[in-house]
Design a protein around this ligand. Structure first.
Ligand SMILES: [Zn+2]
Length: 320
């Protein structure tokens, strides 16, 4: 964590890529938007409320994007009604932390255990859908932050699942030890590798920037006699300080994400694909709202605009 003495420089410098999302939002929620001078004194201040970008008619700042992703501490741990998304893919996460279940004849794949304390909630969601938690045979993740993969050790303990992780995220995952538990990694994956179970194949795309091994998963799902391309996105939210390494990573990641075939956009925070709005439409009997090719670029549009605005701000501050 980089720290500087005080003022706006501290706000810009304070949030590093290694900081976990929860710390930011907890600070934001607890302190509120008005107590700015105190942030420099806290261990994990929330991100700055600038720059502001307007994308598809909506305004965003780094702080508002984080708040959108995380909601309140209660949102992070409250079960969202488990539901079928499409084909053999189900939502089993909380209001603001995604967890996806992919059911096959040979067992299930779970993507993102979220916080360790959410694992019983995920289990409950799996069971409410009529499946068995013990059938989880493979556990995957989108990125090495606590709010997405802290529960991996507990899921493995409860199910005996095999865990797989993108090589570039392994060091950060190994540093994640809830209650001292070693982070389980049974298999290390590399960019482009596939994971297959019971006829379903997922492809791991290395999309770094938010973390070194941020992984975007793609797969095909069949529904109503048609095949659909699913993209389970990793967070594209840039850190406050853009190092040359992070800049290079995002310059690789944004075009890659844009190039993926996509009918059903999903993400590691439900707000990235407007889950709550789509779920409400589903309840009204609308045609499957998760089939949304027009919405496939929304999240990358927002995050890429923010990345360039942050880069401009950083270059101006440095006198370039
Ligand atoms: Zn994260």
């Amino acid at each position: 964590m980089m720290r500087s003495a005080s003022g706006s420089a501290a706000l810009r410098m304070a949030s590093s890529r290694a900081s976990f999302c929860i710390s930011f939002i907890t600070a934001a929620v607890v302190l509120g938007a008005s107590v700015s001078s105190a942030w420099a004194q806290t261990a994990n201040p929330p991100p700055a409320d600038h720059p502001e970008v307007t994308v598809h008619g909506r305004k965003f700042t780094p702080r508002s994007i984080l708040a959108r992703n995380m909601g309140t501490p209660e949102d992070q741990t409250t079960q969202f009604p488990p539901h079928k998304i499409i084909g053999n893919v189900y939502y089993v996460g909380t209001r603001t932390l995604s967890s996806f279940l992919i059911v096959t004849p040979q067992g299930s794949i779970l993507i993102n255990s979220t916080y360790e304390r959410n694992v019983p909630t995920i289990q409950k969601s799996v069971e409410q859908l009529g499946f068995r938690f013990s059938d989880v045979k493979i556990l995957l993740g989108t990125h090495a932050h606590n709010d997405h993969q802290e529960g991996d050790a507990l899921v493995k303990e409860m199910t005996g699942t095999q865990t797989m992780a993108m090589a570039e995220d392994v060091p950060a995952l190994q540093a994640m030890k809830p209650s001292g538990k070693e982070h389980p990694i049974d298999k290390t994956l590399h960019d482009g590798e596939t994971v297959t179970l019971g006829g379903t194949t997922l492809t791991a795309h290395l999309t770094p920037g938010h973390t070194r091994g941020c992984t975007t998963w793609t797969m095909k799902a069949q529904d109503g006699g048609k095949m659909y391309n699913l993209v389970i996105g990793c967070s594209l939210r840039p850190p406050a300080t853009l190092t040359p390494e992070v800049i290079a990573e995002f310059n690789h990641t944004f075009p890659l994400v844009r190039s993926l075939a996509c009918d059903v956009p999903l993400g590691d925070h439900p707000a990235q694909y407007s889950m709550q709005e789509k779920y409400a439409k589903l309840q009204k009997g609308a045609p499957n709202p998760f089939i949304d090719p027009a919405g496939c670029k929304n999240e990358v549009d927002i995050e890429e605009a923010m990345f360039h605005a942050l880069l401009d701000e950083q270059r101006q501050a440095a006198g370039h």
